[in-house]
Design a protein around this ligand. Sequence first.
Ligand code: AKB
Length: 320
Amino acid sequence: MKKILIVGAVGQIGSELTMELRRIYGNDNVIASTRKSPPSEMVANSGPFEYFDVVNKQALEDVCKKHGVDCIINMAAILSAVGEQNPLQAWDINMNGLFNVLEVAREMKMEQVLVPSSIAVFGPGTPLDCAPQETVLKPSTMYGITKVAGELVADYYVKKYGLDVRGLRYPGIISNETLPGGGTTDYAVAIYYDAIKYGKYTCFVKEDTRLPMMYMPDCLKATVDLMQADFSTLKHHSDFNVGAMSFSVKDLADSIKKYIPTFTIEYKPDFRQAIADSWPDAVDDKAAREEWGWSPSFDLDMMTQDMLKVIGEKHKKGLI
Ligand code: AKB
């Protein structure tokens, strides 16, 4: 039985991935962890939890030995917007944390490592209408730089040490359990909360900004499907493009207006506009479809209906 350690398990993806993997592999077989923020009740009460900093290799190793971990999922990262406020910290956590994860996994001869990447690997020089799997990777954010370097380092461990390392380039992830923290695509989550709470939203990117996005159920499916794929059939390892939806902020606002006709939006672009403008509208995910059968389920209106229902219920209960 796999013993999985999730590093960064209180974040937007980590918290829901912890619950999904506990459902699949059993509560005791998925160890959630974080540096300092307390976990949600659902994560804290459903299985093992550890506090440590991924940049401390000894602490990581101690937790892995204590629980007999044979698979690490490294969700700890400083995202694009916050990374621009403190680029050296972004490098430290994203790169030194990654090296510690890969080294501990190599030394302990682990079965698998999952290292998430992002559409932030793209930048000037990438075709922006639909980013190919193989293309120019010259990002303009420190987060993007760490993701390109991370993909290369992860693939290096596959080639040099035969370690099973996998990863996907997440688009903007939209969800209703844990808020995202510090990304450029965060507007696509905040808009739903503000639509329910105030009936209006002020967006920090322009209305024609179009980016690749994905709803959390598809994000969990993509992650689990890649983890469970037969390693011998993979030609790529740490850099799979995964697509689901591509929409502009106007498309998103129009989708919300179908269900809340009085919803209004205004635009006050800030420094995140330049980051969004450097990323593609959509990605070509043929490799993920061919190598491990990737296929998304949610489109924009399906997601909007579900987001408004769940967030609306939370609001009625006074939880948000
Ligand atoms: C961000 O906006 O920084 C992240 C990402 C696309 O990786 N959501």
